[in-house]
Design a protein around this ligand. Structure first.
Ligand code: BJW
Ligand code: ZN
Length: 324
């Protein structure tokens, strides 16, 4: 099946999202790019550090050879991250978590920005840069609550601690991986955002989801090896695309949950709701049912103001707005 390359959210994607019960999202460095976090392979400025390519310094071998250098590298990275805030893409995904029966957010990022945006239960496949882990007993600590010392010593057993991140050549945390793999294979829509999709095993999750029957969508300004098996690709930055997708999802929830109440609403409520919806949803899909002709007229007026193609019928005022 040919891949659909969309600048806009197409009707099929909206419908897939509307009917999805399980949504699985995999994010990578690109979702944090608009927060100022450098990517690994997208021209960011951390690709080489002190003459060492990141895949050398961020490797299992380096922990064995030179743990203090690994700490220095991650202290530097935390110094950069300290100034970074979640962006609209993180915020949009945080809003999604309550909109679907089953919603899973798995990330390859170690920056903690999804949680900072309010996402709960994020599956952090590659660990978290703000945590340290004891090389002997596996005990974990929040680096922000530890005092000095590099490498720090474990409070429980006195052995060295290391950053609690998954480096090249290391296994992913088994429980997190198994949870992610199970959820990926049980979703209806799989969204892959801002990853070059070349680092395994994480890059295998969307492939597994697609094989299990999910509708696979990629949000990335650049093509990736995954693009050719995607059902749709949105060639936009995550900070632009996700809020628009999120608004489409909000309005779908709005349709599903509030349609009945809207049928009972007064023309004024309908007019206000319609105006708000159109203002908020410049990329969304709007379907509001009104009992009175005044409400339909009001919706029609709002629609024409905002370029809404509306098709009012008795008892119904419906329309959809395409992205500008
Ligand atoms: C935007 C945007 C915007 C920009 N909006 N988008 C062959 C087959 C299978 C596996 C292997 C293999 N050869 C080697 C392996 C193993 C290796 C691997 O996959 N290597 C590949 C490079 C081939 N994998 C491992 O070692 C993993 N472990 C493992 O396999 O265990 C089994 C094993 C054990 C023992 C021996 C061998 C195997 C572990 C992988 C851990 C990865 N760790 C890192 C570093 C974490 C710590 C740190 O931060 O330093 O994780 S590597 C780095 O890459 C980081 C990332 O999470 C990961 C993925 O990168 P990501 O997120 O995709 O970022 P980028 O920069 O690559 O892409 C950014 C994208 O965003 C681009 O596409 C842009 O276009 C886009 N973008 N702006 C949306 N605004
Ligand atoms: Zn310990």
């Amino acid at each position: 099946m040919p891949v659909k390359q969309e600048q806009n959210i197409d009707a099929e994607l909206r419908e897939r999202l509307r009917s999805a019960r399980g949504v699985f999202v995999l994010t990578g460095a690109g979702v944090s790019a608009e927060s100022g976090v450098p990517t690994f392979r997208g021209g960011g400025n951390t690709a080489v550090w002190k003459g060492l390519p990141f895949d050398v310094i961020s490797s299992a071998g380096m922990v064995a050879r030179d743990l203090p250098a690994v700490w220095e590298w991650f202290d530097y990275r935390r110094g950069v991250l300290r100034h970074c805030q979640p962006n609209p893409a993180h915020a949009a995904l945080a809003r999604w978590q309550d909109r679907f029966e089953r919603f899973t957010l798995a990330t390859q990022n170690i920056d903690g920005l999804h949680a900072a945006a309010g996402s709960r239960g994020v599956l952090e496949l590659h660990g978290n840069v703000w945590r340290a882990r004891c090389v002997a007993c596996g005990g974990r600590e929040d680096i922000r609550e530890m005092n000095g010392g590099r490498p720090p010593a474990c409070r429980a057993c006195g052995e060295w601690m290391r950053p609690d991140v998954v480096l090249f050549g290391e296994m992913l945390p088994v429980d997190v991986w198994e949870e992610a793999a199970g959820r990926a294979c049980a979703c209806d829509v799989c969204l892959v955002v801002g990853t070059s999709a070349i680092v395994y095993p994480a890059a295998g999750l969307p492939v597994a989801a697609r094989r299990a029957g999910a509708y696979l969508v990629e949000v990335n300004p650049e093509p990736t090896p995954l693009s050719e098996i995607c059902d749709a690709t949105i060639r936009r930055r995550a900070g632009e695309a996700l809020p628009r997708l999120a608004i489409a999802a909000v309005l779908m929830g709005f349709n599903r949950n509030l349609l009945v109440q809207m049928q009972q609403a007064t023309p004024a409520t309908l007019g206000l709701a319609g105006t708000l919806a159109v203002l908020l949803c410049y990329g969304g899909h709007l379907r509001v049912v009104g009992e009175s002709s005044a409400a339909r007229l009001r919706m029609g007026a709002v629609g024409s103001l905002f370029g809404l193609a509306s098709t009012p019928q008795p008892g119904t005022c419906a329309g959809s707005i395409l992205w500008a």
